[in-house]
Design a protein around this ligand. Structure first.
Ligand SMILES: Cc1cc2nc3c(=O)[nH]c(=O)nc-3n(C[C@H](O)[C@H](O)[C@H](O)COP(=O)(O)OP(=O)(O)OC[C@H]3O[C@@H](n4cnc5c(N)ncnc54)[C@H](O)[C@@H]3O)c2cc1C
Length: 396
């Protein structure tokens, strides 16, 4: 495995970091002070990212993106992720980034024109509507309760979802529903594309969550007698789980890439504070326990990047990298939480205050250990691989 980042990609990552510092951080400062991030703010940032040649890094060139390969996303998305607003500006934020990837793989020519092109252009927003409130599909997606029943050339959807990210701004949704009850859910689920204005789609509420309100929110939706044409199916009927798997592998890694940018910035803030603040006659960083905290964060960032590079490399080879993506998600999501926590500890009262972004990141990062699969579920996937590899007794 050769994880050398080609010089043009290194240069692109540096330009992205500079863009975030010069263009995005002033907006971040206003948002951290309490201003709402509006659609118009996002469109204005996107216009500047487009003009700077930094727009849609994960999408192919023929669709208007930068055409980077998955391994090349690693440093570029980390640079974009140095602000929570950076990926929105560059158009590589969840869930649009994962939805673009999914549509690129599975959309029909008509769906490309209707949904994918405007989405890649950054003119519209999308949501991925899979998770249901208890007792429906959550960690175990086979518990899906949303149904789609075929009536001639029409599908009629009924169900109850929540945590559809982007739901307050989305123009269209990818909706995961059970289309057949006579086969296992793995073969009996499908994904539908629908404009959010389709009759029967009711946005119930934007679910209030820990920390700063995320752009687009996380909404609860009721689907009541939603009638969609057969052409609304994404891919084949029954292919829902396969499509979701193809979506989630890279999508989990992109979460890791973006959050690594925040964790790196948290470490830089903590190191800067420890290098200048004095206590008990010396700089904080000269106290061994502070130095050890900084070292632990540096080690975890380094290990996380290597995990990402290896999983991205496997995906690039056509491997699904299920266990590797799962292990990377567990490690990076938990490391990011620890790194931000340590940064707050090192910065003391300044870290807890809203004068620094650390306290906001601390709140926002918590969900990373839950969305796109809780740590326990990914450990279960990794454990299955361990059992497969080592359960047979070694030959004597
Ligand atoms: C901020 C945020 C954004 C989200 N965005 C989206 C989105 O855009 N679209 C979408 O469809 N969903 C989205 N989700 C939903 C997310 O994917 C689910 O919350 C997640 O899959 C867990 O499902 P659940 O909340 O129903 O938890 P549950 O299934 O109720 O699980 C609760 C807990 O049980 C434990 N657990 C579960 N299974 C096991 C196991 N096998 N072994 C041990 N412990 C286990 C875990 O600790 C888990 O956290 C989002 C969630 C959040 C918080």
């Amino acid at each position: 495995m050769d994880f050398t980042i080609p010089p043009p990609v290194q240069q692109l990552a540096r330009r992205v970091q500079q863009f975030v510092e010069e263009v995005v951080l002033p907006v971040e400062k206003r948002v951290l002070a309490g201003a709402e991030l509006t659609k118009n703010d996002v469109f204005a940032l996107r216009a500047q990212a487009r003009a700077a040649g930094l727009f849609a890094p994960t999408m192919p060139v023929h669709l208007g993106g930068l055409g980077l390969s998955i391994p090349e996303w690693v440093p570029v998305l980390e640079a974009a992720g140095r602000s929570l607003i950076g990926p929105l500006a560059l158009h590589c934020a969840a869930p649009d980034e994962g939805n673009m990837h999914t549509l690129h793989l599975y959309a029909s020519p008509e769906q490309v024109e209707q949904y994918l092109r405007p989405l890649v252009a950054g003119e519209v927003f999308s949501g991925f509507s899979m998770t249901e409130p208890p007792p429906g599909a959550g960690s175990d997606p086979t518990m899906i309760q949303t149904t789609a029943v075929r009536e001639g050339d029409t599908w009629v959807l009924n169900g109850h979802k929540w945590y559809t990210t982007n739901g307050t701004v989305a123009d269209f949704l990818l909706i995961f529903a059970r289309t057949r009850q006579d086969v296992s859910p793995y073969k009996g689920c499908s994904i539908f594309l629908a404009p959010v204005t389709t009759p029967g789609i009711h946005i119930v509420r934007d679910v209030p969550t820990i920390g700063r309100h995320d752009f687009g929110g996380h909404v609860e939706i009721r689907y009541e007698e939603v009638r969609l044409p057969h052409s609304a199916l994404l891919g084949e009927e029954g292919a829902g789980f396969g499509i979701t798997q193809a979506r989630l592998g890279p999508a989990r890694l992109t979460h890791c890439m973006r959050w690594t940018g925040i964790a790196q910035r948290a470490l830089e803030i903590a190191a800067g504070y420890a290098a200048t603040r004095e206590a008990f006659g010396k700089k904080l960083m000269e106290h061994q326990s502070v130095g050890f905290m900084l070292a632990d964060s540096e080690m975890e960032l380094h290990a996380g990047r290597l995990l990402m590079h290896q999983a991205a490399w496997l995906l690039h080879q056509g491997d699904q990298a299920r266990a590797e993506a799962a292990m990377t998600k567990v490690f990076v999501s938990e490391a990011v939480n620890r790194i931000i926590d340590r940064a707050i500890q090192i910065c003391g009262g300044t870290g807890i205050s809203r004068d620094l972004p650390l306290s906001t990141w601390y709140e926002s990062a918590r969900a990373f250990r839950i969305y796109d699969g809780a740590s326990e579920v990914h450990r279960m996937v990794a454990a299955r691989q361990v059992i497969k590899k080592y359960a047979a007794p070694p030959p004597h």
